[in-house]
Every structure is written in structure tokens, then in C-alpha cells.
Design a protein around this ligand. Structure first.
Ligand code: DOR
Ligand code: ZN
Length: 350
């Protein structure tokens, strides 16, 4: 019997870490095989804070793509307390920069140049509202007295609600949401507020951090939450609500940076991203809604054309390798050594 097949408009990844140099060359192929475009995070070391740096980074990404790949990186700027207001007009006028990313200082990988006090960037946010440049939020507080599992919920109450009241026309994406609180906030918000959802937050809850022992490869920021939150995310992603769209937050780290006394945050999912999203949607009995979440809601929010070519998956399981090369080291991907239910159908175009 032939395996069930699913054909959809080619998707985009609205939140991705591509790194730089040899690591970039190691990982880009996985994304380019599946996605037409990706919003590329600026948390390099040093961070990408100017349009000139974003354009250079874009050229390095283009140079590392497999020959003939039509993949397009959509660049972002890293917001700091010294970002110049003029940089926003420059970003808007450029054809490469599509958003500005807010990291609270200390929240995650390479976030030490992030913002300590939101009021110090109000003038930049005003310029973004005026020029209609989206703000992408790593929505967590970093105060040491806040429980790590509450960081997102407290960010919404303390910062996001006031931010939205102060800048009502600013387009904002609450990135990689992990809680029912975020789902409730975003689904009740106007159309200029949206959220991305990763596939690891759709498929895993916090038990995956401690299954039989500590699991550093399942550690990410924001951290995995309890099952009720995962269920709320799955409901939101599969609801058809255009506030929610695909953003993998695939974030490769070399094995030795994960398997250590103080390991880095990030799951690598680019190798099987669309296939894993298909598993999540199938689990919810809503494969019919994968296309809107993966391929329509994102470009509509960013006011970019939807893709016109298509991609096919079939329900044939395959085994994920134990590791992939990453620069001079290796990276352990999600599902390493285990099976994924859906596979990509290779076509001439992909
Ligand atoms: O888990 C994460 N990894 N979350 C982030 O916000 C950053 C990312 C990374 O760059 O490794
Ligand atoms: Zn990220």
C-alpha cells in the first residue's frame, strides 16, 4: 500500500539560528532543503546590530548555500541600549532587514548585549512603530528571584502588556511561546501581535528534561514547560488562528557545549523540522491545518508574498542519525537515533 502523502505550499521558518563560519556551512543545507525563507537571528558574537553588519552576514549565508539553492535569508538587527534611532530608518530602507530582535540581557545564548531596562529603548521602539518594522521578543524576565518556569508569564504581565499599551501600532512577535498564558495573551491581541511556536515545544514537555537522568540536549530557552502548557500550544498552532505561525528556533551547539557542567540552551531541529511539525499536527488530528501555520500566517504577518512552489511529505518513517557534523565538532539533533514518522519527498525543485 502506498504511504499517505501530504503536499503543501513550501513553508518558511520565522525564527532560526544559523550561526556563522564553519557552523553555518554545516547546518544551512537542512533549512534550505525545506524552507524558502527564514528570519535569521542576530545573536552572533559580536551581535549583528547594524544594517551594514546584517548585509555582510547575509552575504556570508548566501555564499554558504548549496549551489543553485533559491533559499532567502531575512535578516534581523539585535536591539541594544545603544541602538541608534537612525538605524531603524536605514533598516526599513534596506531590502535585507525585516525585523529587530529584543533579548533581555542574560536570558540566553549570546544575550549579554541585550536590553537591561526597556525604557532605554523607547525612542527606538517609537521609530519602529513609525516605520512599521516588527519587534521580535524573547519574552522572558531574567530577574534571579523569578522562578525559571514563570519567566514568560511574568514578562507578559510586567513588560508586554505595558509595551502594547504604549506602542499600540507596533508589530510584535512573541517568539517561541511556551505557556498557556502566552497563548491567551496573543490570541486575544489585535492582528499586529503574533507568536511563533517551535516544534520542540509542541512535542515535548518538561519531563523530557529528566527522562531517566538529566537530558542536556532537551534544554532550551524558554525552558520546556508542563504538559498542560504543551497542550495549549498544540491547540493554538492547530487552531487556524493567524496569530500563530512556524518558527523552529533551531539552535545548534557543539556536543561539548551541551554535555558539560553548565550547558548551553538550544535544540537542533532543522534536520527534520517540517516532518516533526507534521507529527505534532497529526497528533492533534489537524494535518489539514499545517499548511496555514507553516506557509500562510507568517508571510501574511510580515507582509511578504506567500511562496508559490510546493513541498511533499510522506508517511514513511526514517531514522535520525546520532549526530551531524558541526564545524570541527558534532551536534546531537532532536530524536537522535530514533525515528521520525514523516519524510520529505525529494523533488527536482528541492
Ligand atoms: O534555546 C535557545 N537557544 N534559545 C534562545 O533564545 C537562543 C538559542 C541559541 O542561540 O542557542
Ligand atoms: Zn531563538
Amino acid at each position: 500500500m502506498k504511504s499517505p502523502r501530504l503536499e503543501i505550499t513550501r513553508p518558511d521558518d520565522w525564527h532560526l539560528h544559523l550561526r556563522d563560519g564553519d557552523a553555518l556551512a554545516s547546518v544551512i543545507g537542512h533549512t534550505a532543503q525545506r524552507f524558502a525563507r527564514a528570519i535569521v537571528m542576530p545573536n552572533l558574537k559580536p551581535p549583528v546590530t547594524t544594517v551594514a553588519q546584517a548585509e555582510d552576514y547575509r552575504r556570508r549565508i548566501m555564499a554558504s548555500l548549496p549551489a543553485g539553492s533559491p533559499f532567502q535569508p531575512l535578516m534581523t538587527l539585535y536591539l541594544t541600549e545603544s541602538t541608534a534611532v537612525e538605524e531603524i530608518a536605514r533598516a526599513k530602507a534596506s531590502d535585507g532587514v525585516f525585523a529587530v530582535k529584543y533579548y533581555p540581557a542574560g536570558a540566553t545564548t549570546h544575550s549579554d548585549s541585550g536590553v537591561r531596562e526597556l525604557s532605554r529603548v523607547y525612542r527606538v521602539l517609537e521609530a519602529m512603530e513609525k516605520h512599521d518594522l516588527p519587534l521580535l521578543l524573547h519574552g522572558e524576565v531574567t530577574d534571579p528571584d523569578i522562578d525559571i518556569f514563570d519567566r514568560e508569564q511574568v514578562f507578559i504581565e510586567r513588560h508586554l502588556v505595558p509595551l502594547q499599551a504604549r506602542f499600540p501600532a507596533l508589530r510584535m512577535v512573541l517568539e517561541h511561546i511556551t505557556t498557556r498564558d502566552a497563548v491567551d495573551f496573543v490570541s486575544g491581541a489585535p492582528a499586529n501581535v503574533a507568536a511563533t511556536i517551535t516544534v520542540h515545544h509542541l512535542l515535548l514537555n518538561r519531563n523530557a528534561l529528566f527522562a531517566g537522568g538529566i537530558r542536556p540536549h532537551n534544554y532550551c530557552a524558554p525552558i520546556l514547560k508542563r504538559e498542560a502548557h504543551r497542550a495549549a500550544l498544540l491547540q493554538a498552532a492547530t487552531s487556524g488562528d493567524p496569530h500563530f505561525f512556524l518558527g523552529t528556533d533551531s539552535a545548534p551547539h557543539p556536543r561539548e557545549a551541551k554535555e558539560t557542567a553548565c550547558g548551553c540552551a538550544g535544540l537542533y531541529t532543522a534536520h527534520a523540522a517540517l516532518e516533526l511539525y507534521a507529527e505534532a499536527f497529526e497528533q492533534a488530528g489537524r494535518l489539514d491545518r499545517l499548511e496555514a501555520f507553516a506557509s500562510f500566517h507568517g508571510p501574511d504577518f510580515y507582509r511578504l508574498p506567500r511562496n508559490t512552489d510546493r513541498i511533499a511529505l510522506e508517511r514513511t518513517p526514517w531514522n535520525v542519525p546520532e549526530e551531524y557534523p558541526l564545524a570541527g565538532s558534532t551536534c546531537q539533533p532532536m530524536r537522535a537515533g530514533e525515528s521520525v514518522a514523516w519524510s520529505l519527498v525529494e523533488t527536482a525543485a528541492s
